[in-house]
Write a protein that binds this ligand. Structure first.
Ligand code: NAP
Ligand code: MG
Length: 457
């Protein structure tokens, strides 16, 4: 039953490490350890839990470069991005630590007594992470769950278990109780499924494909297990003719090429008002060709390889020879390389324009007016992110209100910050992560009424 996973460097295809998978039996043992550790952890004084999480943040900070280099090696992320990602894990721990003493219930006026709500930890939380942002996504679930008094079992993606394992070791060094935060590498349909099915795992936090997310949600339904889903996206980048076209064109390449397009928020549908289309493309096409693709460890590199051969084949299957494209460059030889690619002249319903490709590929689609832009933006099952480029502030507000997505930005592509809420509309997800309410998502609310009318009642 038990097997090992080979972690490859996606830029070179060299073997980086061999990691044994966690069997379902070992998952049972890990859950039992987590249950015990959670009791110890939740009994600690809030300030003590907060201090331990801050020490964990300091550990991450002191090992930031090591973690970043590990991410470059196992995931092919550019070194600049990888440093940001390790820093994001650190910041999440710090931010969550600040919430421990502030996680309070309410007192609600009632006759004949005192009514209070208690926010209690759920118990053991399972976090199932993808390979596209291994450290941030692990931390988004783990940090607030721990802060709210839970234990965490993290199942990293098979392709990227190394930073997660290192984070757990740093947590132990920071003084987390043994068993409180464990990383369980292994296959989704074995190790991941064992977590989903386990009766003592109270909640699953899943990030990944919509297909697997729906399956997990259905499995959780059997036990009414809590679930948060962060799924795919096909986010619009809406450019109106009244926008600063130079700025909009300059910001477009990295809005879908960052992390080689393996980003659920990637702006992969570029919607451009027809009257500005030619000017916009004149500026965008050379900008795509100039993107520096290559060795992710080189500070000047803007885009690295895709994560795996499977992902490369998937991306290739969408960019068929009959398509009109503008392409950048990519290295030849070993590694899972695909060039930055813009697809033009396609129907909005074509697979490349409708599906989440999860690679460095965007389609450019013209629109006529504001109503047409909103219609096109919403013509998708997804609703994760989007950008609106315009100088008209009334229009910016109207379109922000009309686009059905969880994270929008105006004259910017920034939409992920650890202190603002993040999540999807429609089939992009369920629930929210990050932001001021992140800890609450890892609690149950208990209402307690205490009568002041004496014991006669
Ligand atoms: P995936 O299969 O959904 O993987 C996400 C995580 O779920 C991985 O840890 C995976 O383990 C695990 N998993 C898979 N099947 C499971 C099951 N039955 N029960 C419990 N856990 C399970 O995604 P993928 O195969 O890596 O990527 C496929 C596509 O998903 C991509 O091309 C992209 O379109 C999309 N995707 C989206 C995001 C996002 O951020 N929204 C992230 C990654 C991928 P394994 O590592 O063993 O598969
Ligand atoms: Mg998979």
């Amino acid at each position: 039953m038990s097997y090992e996973h080979h972690v490859l460097n996606p830029a070179t295809e060299e073997l980086v490490a061999t990691v044994p998978a966690t069997s379902p039996k070992e998952v049972d043992a890990a859950v039992a350890r987590a249950v015990a550790a959670q009791r110890t952890w939740s009994a600690l004084a809030p300030a003590d839990r907060a201090r331990t999480l801050r020490r964990f943040a300091v550990q991450v900070d002191e090992h930031l470069e090591e973690l970043a280099q590990l991410e470059v090696t196992e995931a092919g992320h550019t070194i600049g991005n990888a440093r940001w990602e390790a820093g994001n894990a650190r910041d999440l721990l710090d931010y969550a630590a600040g919430g421990v003493e502030r996680l309070s219930g309410r007192q609600i006026p009632v006759p004949g007594g005192l009514n209070v709500t208690l926010l209690e930890p759920l118990g053991v939380v399972g976090v199932i992470a993808p390979w596209n942002f291994p450290m941030p996504i692990a931390a988004w679930g783990t940090a607030p769950a721990l802060a709210a008094g839970n234990a965490v079992l993290l199942k990293p993606a098979e392709t990227t278990p190394l930073t997660a394992l290192r984070l757990a070791a740093l947590g132990l060094e920071a003084g987390l109780p043994e068993g409180l935060f464990q990383v369980l590498p292994g296959a989704g349909d074995a190790t991941g499924a064992a977590l989903v099915e386990h009766p003592d795992v109270a909640k699953i936090v899943f990030t990944g494909s919509t297909r697997v997310g729906k399956h997990i949600m259905a499995r959780c339904a059997d036990r009414v297990k809590r679930v948060t889903l962060e799924l795919g996206g096909k986010s619009p980048n809406i450019v109106f003719a009244d926008a600063d076209i130079e700025a909009a064109a300059a910001a477009t390449p990295m809005s879908f090429l960052d992390n080689s397009g393996q980003d659920c928020c990637a702006r992969t549908r570029v919607l451009v008002q027809r009257s500005a289309y030619d000017r916009f493309m004149e500026l965008l096409a050379p900008a795509i060709e100039r993107v520096v693709v290559g060795d992710p460890a080189d500070e000047k590199t803007q885009m690295g390889p895709l994560i795996s051969k499977v992902q490369l084949e998937r991306v290739r299957s969408y960019v068929t020879d009959d398509l009109e494209t503008v392409r950048g460059t990519a290295p030849e030889g070993p590694g899972f390389w695909f060039p930055p690619t813009l697809v033009t002249g396609v129907d909005p319903a074509a697979p490349v324009a409708a599906d989440e490709v999860f690679g460095p590929v965007a389609v450019v689609l013209p629109f006529e007016d504001e109503a047409d832009a909103i219609r096109l933006a919403n013509a998708t099952e997804y609703g994760l992110s989007g950008s609106i480029w315009t100088r008209d502030s009334g229009r910016a507000i109207r379109v922000s209100q009309a686009v059905r997505a969880g994270n929008l930005s105006v004259n910017s592509h920034a939409s992920v910050r650890y202190w603002t809420p993040f999540g999807g509309y429609k089939q992009s997800g369920l629930g929210r992560e990050l932001g001021p309410d992140a800890l609450t998502a890892f609690t149950e609310t208990k209402n307690v009424f205490i009568s002041t009318e004496g014991s006669a009642l």
